[in-house]
Design a protein around this ligand. Structure first.
Ligand code: IMP
Ligand code: MG
Length: 188
């Protein structure tokens, strides 16, 4: 029997990507990764906290040897607009020199975070560096940046769920939705 639709969370205005659509696309991304990497080892670097749920699901779609590390970047605080330059708060512990690196993030927005992190990783001279994001807000770029693997392109709306937060909340929602405007306070 089909699962009944989940009730809309009170903080969500509209659901943009359903739980089923996410799971389906994550399976497809696993196939895309396999096509590119074959049986090579993949050194996955997940950007905390947002990419944790996506990374966990994505990794279970690939049977390659995988090494995993997480890094932490600060940029948002309790606002819906990123302010200033992202900072590396917790760095890599994995040695990536000469290895195939896949950087995973929840969303590509202005491009500042992934430019910073990929520049840093490139400096460590990996064998290859590719980037996988679940969501891409293409219209918002301030720094030119393209990801190699993209789950969904989305419009310029502030979204939460499936790892994405507003002031650390809503990361555990199984779908991705637009946060109600009355709950957003820009620049806070
Ligand atoms: P960028 O540096 O502007 O590309 O921002 C990337 C980071 O901003 C992501 O890793 C997210 O943590 C955060 N972010 C951007 N847009 C959203 C959104 O709509 N909801 C929640 N977090 C977002
Ligand atoms: Mg993030």
């Amino acid at each position: 029997m089909a699962k009944p639709p989940a009730p809309l969370h009170p903080a969500i205005e509209t659901v943009l990507v359903t739980e089923e659509a996410i799971q389906q696309r994550v399976r497809e991304l696993g196939i895309e990764l396999k096509e590119v990497y074959g049986d090579e080892e993949i050194n996955v670097i997940s950007i905390m906290n947002g990419a944790i749920l996506f990374t966990a699901d994505l990794l279970r779609q690939i049977d390659n040897p995988v090494r995993l590390d997480c890094i932490r970047i600060s940029s948002y605080g309790n606002a819906t607009e990123s302010h200033g330059t992202p900072k590396l708060v917790h760095s890599l512990t994995l040695d990536v020199t000469g290895r195939h690196v896949l950087l995973v993030d929840d969303i590509l927005d202005t491009g500042k975070t992934l430019s910073l992190v990929s520049g840093m990783i490139r400096g460590l001279q990996p064998a290859s560096l590719r980037v996988c994001v679940l969501l891409d807000k293409k219209g918002r770029r301030q720094v030119p940046f393209d990801a190699d693997f993209v789950g969904f392109g989305i419009p310029d709306k502030f979204v939460v769920g499936y790892g994405l937060d507003y002031a650390e909340r809503y990361r555990n929602l199984p779908s991705i939705g637009v946060l109600k405007s009355e709950l957003q306070k820009s620049g806070a």
